[in-house]
Design a protein around this ligand. Sequence first.
Ligand code: GCB
Length: 612
Amino acid sequence: MTAFLYPQETVSRRVVDISGLWKFKVDTDSEGRSEGWKDGLTNTTDMAVPSSYNDIYTDKALRDHCGDVWYQTEFLAPKEWQDLDVLVRFGSATHRAIVWVNGEEVASHEGGYMPFAGKLNDVVKFGQKNTLVVVVNNELSETTIPCGNVKQYDDGVREVKPWFDFFNYSGLHRPVKLLALPKQRITDMTVLTDFEGSQGKVDFTIEADIPAGALLSVKLYDADGKQVSQGEGTKGELQVDNVNLWQPGKGYLYTLEATIEKEGEILDQYPLEVGIRTVKVEGTKFLINNEPFYFKGFGKHEDSDHRGRGYDPVVNLRDMELLNWIGANSIRTSHYPYAEEFMQLADRKGLVVINETPAVGQINLLPFGGDMGGAFAMLGSGGSNQVQNFFELDQVKSKGMENHKDAVRELIQRDKNHACVVMWSISNEPDTTHEAAGEYFGEVFDYARSQDPQNRPMTFVNVLVAPHGKCKAAQHADVICLNRYYGWYMMGGYEMRNAGKAFAAELSSWSTEGKPIVITEYGADTMAGVHKLPSVQWSEEYQIEYLDQQHEAFDGCEALVGEQMWNFADFQTWEGIMRVDGNKKGAFTRNRQPKMSAHYLKSRWEKIADFN
Ligand code: GCB
């Protein structure tokens, strides 16, 4: 089952985090499903939850394992929970999982970055220890989101080939929690916010199973805990005098507390943080609270040493601190939804977020066996016409589209209330060079728009092989988001001196669309500590000269409303000749220390106002 309300303890709700060291077993011979491993694992090792399982042990076969891995833990279900609904909730399992408790299946989920839950009441032993077993699988295909394939070698070993430039980290990446909730309860809350002058407005819709004779009420509190408004029923509008708006850099949050009460007794209560703000696109402007906003920041990854993509509040806080230090006001959750806890921090810090689905790798690498190098060579020679377009594949139009819509729906359901989310990105760098892509994206954009109660702008991120005039999907987007590497993948080295002009020419062509443009990626791989005069590619000097060229192009483009450098920090990728122990385009190292470019960006961004 889906479980989008974030677990919070209240007077009526209990949450127990059961993350920690769990038992773990790699299913090397794919036998676990037929051999009954769901009933309990033998010969296990330890695994940290949450974490990726890939980078903890020294065994390459584990790091690069393709297929199933199994986890097990024990938990106690307190007797006091007998009259409640008891659930187990996973923040995510990458890319799919099945969960058993005491040998009975209680949950399964497809898609590696969304929460899901299972109800345990029929299988759990109250007052006793219970066994929880999970199988997590990391295989990818052209119809999964994200896309990839599985390659089998002559020796029988299989390998996942991701069709994207980051390591296919897998496992239980986010906290696992037991929830004890009232059987009749609040199941969803949706807010829409607006303001006029100093008068704020919060429209609320609450889904709840309300017992006969009980009453649902809401109270809105300011950040100091003072009640500022109240209402009754499942739908309504709250007025807020002297509103404190949620703003970039100033994440002011109210709390909307919903309560189900009967005869003075609270049956259920759930508090939701609410930032009051508006977002809209007008002409070539991106307006937050009716003022033209300029995005400064990065595309990021959930990625750090040892943890892989595993949630770590220390890393998240450090990242927030560095974003603030460098003068960034925004990020894109490239290339998948981030942990709920990250989104909450972004709300609180006033960090503006372009929220991306896990749709990445929507380009036909089947003829290349998933070899990204081969694909790059093809794209470089302008040859995406040589293979069938990704969106012409029958299985993509059917199963792929269905999975994509599921990913869009779940992301919007999970994050719809976050003030920090100002735009949805429904795909990163799909091959949009063919008519089929236009039809595909027409349908997915329509679907996405039908899902967002706040009606936020929708975009996707355009790839360099689909420039203006050739891209068949840009017509559906509210904002043009471009990933461009003038001076790195093209016009690199000595020729980089002309990169700015070439970029500017492309920008002026996109400007004719009359839509705002955000550069969602531009960057140059740079080895921290490599210095060279005159500069060469990979040196810190080159990265800065490269940035200068890009910024020259940006500053001359009226319709351009933002720059997000690739990447915030160095990150891990698949191994290969294109990457030196990962992608090195970070302004910060993987350890979150600055390269020269970080200081350079800081001095630029401190001079550019959030609104202009
Ligand atoms: C891109 C991708 C990103 C890569 C980046 C690069 O266009 O969107 O995932 O990491 O280029 O550095 O090649």
